[in-house]
Design a protein around this ligand. Structure first.
Ligand code: AMP
Ligand code: MG
Length: 337
């Protein structure tokens, strides 16, 4: 296994090695603008199987196929209506995944047996350069052991995947920090299956209608449109509680009452003076919370607390995606008032 440092600049000789590795069915961890991806050639079902193995991912949870440009989408999927076309034009490249009808050259383990496939065009330079120069459609889930917080920085990734993949490419901390918005057009309505940086409001502005799947905050057991919804996810080892209290004084008081010298608090600067084992500041804007949250969920565990208390946010705009991840990280141990 090799770790490549492309933080400053892409090394063209190493790029050649990475592309050869992908062509021969290898596994490569690479940065994107959302989170790191653990990728392989999407056309090679054996290579795709190795992604599931490396992550310990259930094989009924489909992967997203990453492409370099819009003009290549029709090689692997069918665009069947104008709304899909408009969404692609407005939001790709970027942190946006569209679920389309799959073509037969994408093996069924990529889509977990579904007749649809998630397509994304990353805007990150490293991801896009690999996709463009290799010409390979890359199937990639987030680079984290299944159920754990997604990989957004190189130390967390090396800790989990050292020796388990062929290449790890260091492109520094990911910009956005949350996975892509996953959208499927259902009955002519763009339907958000997983919220992300592209918000419901953004989609509303372009299409004039949008729906958020009821399942994004549910504990789902039966069949769902997006199999990823079923699982406890993004979770630290320690027990977590998520708290959203609209009135600031009440929020601070709740944390004061709950916190002990064995509690880690993850939240904004208004909680910084509350006595606890460790306070981890996720910032005071939704952008900075998205950017920091997965790293802090992992960091919290390193203090071996008996409880992690996490400050929630309002479920508007980017807040919807943040709360979708945090509610799962806390296994639905959540209060809101
Ligand atoms: P990850 O790769 O960890 O970011 O997760 C990818 C997620 O995209 C999955 O868990 C699903 O929620 C969603 N997804 C991928 N492909 C499909 C599909 N064909 N239909 C519905 N959802 C999908
Ligand atoms: Mg993931």
């Amino acid at each position: 296994m090799k770790i490549l440092n492309w933080k400053e600049k892409i090394n063209v000789h190493e790029l050649d090695e990475v592309n050869k590795c992908l062509k021969s069915g290898g596994l490569v961890i690479f940065p994107t603008e959302t989170v790191y991806g653990l990728g392989a050639d999407a056309r090679n079902s054996e290579a795709v199987n190795n992604i599931f193995k490396a992550k310990g991912r259930a094989n009924d949870n489909p992967l997203i196929v990453h492409l370099d440009s819009k003009s290549n989408i029709s090689k692997y999927a069918e665009i069947t209506n104008e709304i899909e076309e408009k969404l692609i034009d407005a939001f790709m490249p970027g942190p946006f995944t569209i679920i389309l009808k799959k073509k037969d050259n994408i093996p069924s383990n990529v889509s977990a047996g579904l007749d649809t496939v998630g397509i994304r065009i990353p805007s990150n330079e490293i991801a896009n350069t690999i996709l463009y120069t290799s010409g390979i459609p890359i199937a990639a889930p987030s680079a984290n052991v299944s159920g754990r917080p997604s990989g957004t920085n190189i130390d967390d990734i090396i800790q989990e995947f050292d020796g388990k993949v062929d290449y790890i490419i260091d492109g520094d901390n990911t910009d956005i920090g949350l996975e892509s918005t996953v959208v499927k057009v259902i009955d002519n309505t763009p339907t958000i299956l997983r919220p992300g940086f592209i918000t419901a409001e953004d989609i509303m502005e372009v299409i004039g209608t949008v729906k958020v799947s009821d399942n994004i905050f549910k504990k789902v057991d039966g069949p769902v449109e997006s199999p990823g919804m079923k699982y406890k996810h993004y979770a630290p080892e320690a027990k977590c509680e998520l708290i959203y209290i609209h009135i600031e004084n009440d929020l601070v008081n709740y944390f004061k009452e709950k916190s002990t010298n064995n509690t880690v608090i993850i939240g904004s600067s208004k909680l910084k003076d509350i006595p606890c084992k460790k306070f981890l500041n996720y910032g005071d804007s939704l952008i900075s919370i998205a950017h920091n949250i997965f790293k802090l969920l992992r960091l919290a565990d390193t203090y071996h607390p008996d409880l992690i208390l996490i400050e929630g946010v309002s479920k508007e705009g980017l807040g919807l995606a943040i709360m979708n991840r945090l509610i799962r990280a806390c296994s639905h141990n959540y209060i809101e008032r």
